[in-house]
Design a protein around this ligand. Structure first.
Ligand SMILES: C[S@@+](CC[C@H](N)C(=O)[O-])C[C@H]1O[C@@H](n2cnc3c(N)ncnc32)[C@H](O)[C@@H]1O
Length: 276
């Protein structure tokens, strides 16, 4: 497949360099959901978001010295935690030049520039040789991909046989009510998402691309507190959001975060798989 045949690019960088910067200023350096063990778990956002990173770290089970691909790296915070935990080398990719520059700057500040490098690369069409990574994760990035099958195929190509993959992703959970559809449509329209995946879709594209030992967990209940907390966080920087998108859109974004928090159709999965 040539690049020209890919579905039209969607403006992911526009989201992360725009409203994403404002959300991030209130949410913290992990650009992903938090994971709480149960309703009684009173972990902070920082602890809960790091805990989801730890789940991903255990999912890829990388060994010291291995080379890991971070698909959709944000500003590198999860990669730094992975490098420190597993003593691996990480290559992070993102379609935001702003994020890539920030991630490399933070890696240098943390003394990790020789272990974690970040580059502008579209996961739909990666420049890496076949079999050049021991493990990979797509940490809350797959929901943005115009063609998840294409990314999974590319990931299978760049992983060596036996290489592990972990994915954390926002998904659609059926059955979808009209109110739930409105929430899902809002997510797609405002966060550079063509369509949300489902557990069934993931099972199919992983099997189609030669992944085995697929284990998928619906962790919607564990991450469910995220969107209400994020709405609270964004309220604290509402003025900045209004400056960027105007009063009406800012209200809509925050209202829909709370509606998404309550909608059972707005789900989340964690999966691991092995490239055969
Ligand atoms: C929700 S953020 C997660 C960032 C990071 N994994 C974290 O957990 O902090 C989604 C990330 O996916 C990246 N992304 C989206 N589409 C991409 C694509 N086609 N290729 C590479 N990265 C992509 C975005 O640039 C962003 O860094």
């Amino acid at each position: 497949m040539t690049p020209q045949q890919f579905p039209a690019p969607i403006d992911v960088a526009g989201v992360y360099d725009g409203i994403g910067q404002i959300y991030g200023s209130a949410w913290g350096p992990n650009k992903h959901y938090g994971y709480w063990e149960n309703d009684a778990d009173d972990s902070s956002v920082e602890e809960a978001t790091d805990r989801l990173t730890d789940l991903m770290i255990s999912g890829i089970a990388a060994q010291a010295g291995q080379r890991v691909l971070d698909i959709g790296c944000g500003i590198g915070h999860p990669a730094f935690r992975l490098v420190r935990a597993s003593d691996v080398n990480v290559v992070g990719i993102s379609v935001s030049h702003v994020q890539v520059a920030k991630a490399n700057e933070l890696a240098a500040e943390a003394g990790l520039a020789d272990r974690a490098t970040f580059q502008f690369t579209d996961a739909m069409n990666m420049p890496f040789p076949d079999g050049s990574f021991d493990a990979a994760w797509a940490f809350e990035s797959m929901w943005h991909m115009p063609d998840r099958g294409q990314v999974v195929a590319e990931t299978a190509r760049v992983l060596r046989p036996g290489g592990r993959l972990a994915v954390a992703d926002v998904i659609e959970r059926g059955p979808v009510s009209p109110a739930g559809r409105a929430v899902l449509d809002h997510i797609c329209a405002n966060y550079a998402v063509s369509s949300l995946g489902t557990i069934d879709e993931y099972r199919k594209v992983l099997a189609d691309n030669g992944f085995v030992d697929v284990e998928i967990r619906d962790i919607s209940d564990n991450v469910g507190r995220t969107l209400d907390l994020m709405a609270d966080a964004v309220e604290t920087v509402r003025d900045k959001l209004v400056d960027l998108v105007g009063e009406e859109q800012a209200t809509s974004l925050i209202d829909f975060m709370r509606l998404s928090a309550a909608a059972p159709e707005s789900g989340y999965l964690f999966l691991t798989a092995v490239r055969a």
